[in-house]
Design a protein around this ligand. Structure first.
Ligand SMILES: Nc1ncnc2c1ncn2[C@@H]1O[C@H](COP(=O)(O)OP(=O)(O)OP(=O)(O)O)[C@@H](O)[C@H]1O
Ligand SMILES: Nc1nc2c(ncn2[C@@H]2O[C@H](COP(=O)(O)O)[C@@H](O)[C@H]2O)c(=O)[nH]1
Length: 208
């Protein structure tokens, strides 16, 4: 095999990090910048926030609907995060990978660990805040959580930050410069794809 041949093996990419660090903001910017990926839509039992659209931000399900999907094996992974259920529908992800598309999944740290176990070839990115104070400020300023839930997310964040070194890359969010964060993520993805093709052949992620 000519190891210099270009290789377009699709990559399963996980974007994780504590609540309020900016994952959705980065994803939104990636969509606006038309970074070509399959942006996986996950499911949740948490109530819809103002402005959220079913089928774009999440699939909003009742607990009963969610549990039925667990029983039917429809999730790639699922977890209880900050008191609600969240899960990634499996078939759209597998279909996109089979079609040769890179897939981006936004997950909490538990979800990232599950993906690492089941898809060891996945690329795990941890988005880190410029500082804890920055994280707390932005989580509060978003005004989406009750005081009790806000405290729970802030406490969880301190634990979640300790998981950063389990990830392949830690990407620092930059205040008011989301575009440069996106550029860094795109560079990482491109670099990983070429190094995996040329130097470190991996198991295909599309055979499941
Ligand atoms: N680089 C940035 N500069 C300025 N503000 C930012 C930046 N990144 C995110 N924010 C703001 O911080 C808040 C939290 O961001 P966001 O909702 O994207 O976090 P998240 O990681 O998706 O949170 P969650 O895990 O709770 O869904 C938002 O109000 C967002 O506008
Ligand atoms: N393990 C999973 N975590 C997920 C999934 N979809 C979203 N999330 C994470 O949940 C928290 C809270 O999100 P919010 O929208 O309520 O603020 C956040 O860290 C998400 O990344 C999933 O399918 N599985």
């Amino acid at each position: 095999m000519d190891s210099n041949l270009p290789c377009n093996k699709p990559l399963l990419v996980v974007l994780s990090g504590p609540s309020g660090v900016g994952k959705d903001t980065v994803l939104q910017k990636m969509r606006e910048m038309q970074i070509p990926m399959h942006y996986a839509i996950t499911a949740t039992t948490r109530p819809k926030r103002p402005g959220e659209i079913d089928g774009y931000h999440y699939y909003f399900l009742s607990v009963e609907e969610f549990k039925k999907k667990i029983e039917q094996g429809e999730f790639l992974e699922y977890a209880n995060v900050y008191g609600n259920w969240y899960g990634s529908p499996k078939s759209p992800v597998i279909r996109a990978l089979k079609e040769g598309k890179d897939v981006l999944l936004k997950l909490d740290v538990q979800g990232a660990r599950s993906v690492r176990k089941d898809f060891p070839e996945a690329l795990l990115l941890f988005l880190a805040p410029p500082s804890i104070e920055w994280l707390k400020y932005h989580l509060r300023a978003r005004k989406t959580e009750t005081p009790e839930k806000l405290r729970a997310r802030e406490e969880a964040a301190l634990e979640e930050l300790k998981a950063a070194d389990e990830f392949d890359y830690v990407v620092l969010n930059r205040d008011n410069d989301v575009e440069s964060v996106v550029r860094e993520i795109v560079e990482i993805i491109n670099r990983e794809k070429s190094s995996r093709c040329l130097g470190r052949p991996q198991e295909s992620s599309v055979s499941r």
